[in-house]
Design a protein around this ligand. Structure first.
Ligand code: PEP
Length: 261
């Protein structure tokens, strides 16, 4: 089993004081947990403050999106260079809310992914089908298409710096989680795609997270599946207690209160 990776996507929530307050409670709540990697992705405006607040902790910083250019006349956009500058190590790309509300395509997401990797950011690629696509039995086809196009032209060395988040659109923010069986089925399919494209030894090392209404009471069952390496958490990541509990419950019982390494 890999060391679990839990990523909090704070979406468009939290002013700077609210973000600092939230991270301080999370810091206190997770300081005894040694065996889990934790990333928080606040809105752009809170990145600098959080970068400072998490200094000397095991929590890492991520952004929720970025432009693919380094700089230029792109009013309102943020570049990979700027994310590095503010202390980000991760960036979420292709979230379904970006695909839906901002009309992001796989081609654009691929450009962003290449740019993220060029600047040594870990790209968290979100892929997943809508309810309509699942009901039409097209879930695997849709996920394969997103996988192929968003990761086009990535080398084996680069894919190791990508995290894949399977996020069925029908489970995001709906309270309806994919069952552990549905999750494992899709994760093992994604793992197979990785192994086919990049070879087993590389494919096995890539992290595959599940996202979609993850809560303290369903994370353990999801993590119990062999191809679930962690979670991308939205709504439950902006409530300190539930995020702390998710991080705790993501670990096997014997590691939940292990001493700090
Ligand atoms: C998300 O925003 O990536 C997400 C999974 O949201 P939620 O946990 O609220 O479903």
């Amino acid at each position: 089993m890999k060391r679990p990776l839990i990523v909090g996507n704070w979406k468009m929530f939290k002013t700077i004081p609210e973000a600092i307050n939230l991270i301080n409670i999370i810091k206190a709540g997770i300081h005894k947990i040694a065996d889990c990697d934790i990333v928080v992705c606040p809105p752009f405006t809170a990145l600098a403050a959080l970068s400072e607040a998490i200094r000397d902790t095991k929590i890492e910083l991520g952004a929720q999106d970025m432009h693919f250019e380094t700089e230029g006349a792109f009013t309102g956009a943020i570049s990979p260079l700027m994310l590095k500058d503010v202390g980000c190590r991760y960036v979420i790309l292709g979230h379904s809310e970006r695909r839906q509300h901002f009309k992001e395509t796989d081609e654009l997401i691929n450009k962003k992914m290449m740019a993220a990797l060029k600047y040594n950011l870990v790209g968290i690629l979100c892929i997943g089908e809508t309810l309509e696509e699942r009901e039409a039995r097209r879930a695997f086809e849709v996920v394969k298409q997103q996988f192929d196009q968003s990761l086009k032209n990535l080398s084996a060395e680069e894919i190791e710096r990508v995290v894949i988040a399977y996020e069925p659109v029908w489970a995001i923010g709906t309270g309806r989680t994919a069952t552990p069986e549905q999750t494992e089925q899709m994760h093992s399919y994604i793992r197979r795609l990785l192994n086919e494209h990049y070879g087993d030894s590389i494919g096995e090392r890539v992290y595959i997270l599940y996202g979609g209404s993850v809560k303290p009471d369903n994370i353990a069952q999801l993590m119990g599946k062999p191809n679930v390496d962690g979670a991308l958490v939205g709504g439950a990541s902006i409530k300190a207690e539930s995020f702390i509990q998710i991080v705790t419950n993501a670990l096997p019982q014997e590691l939940q209160d292990s001493p700090k390494r």
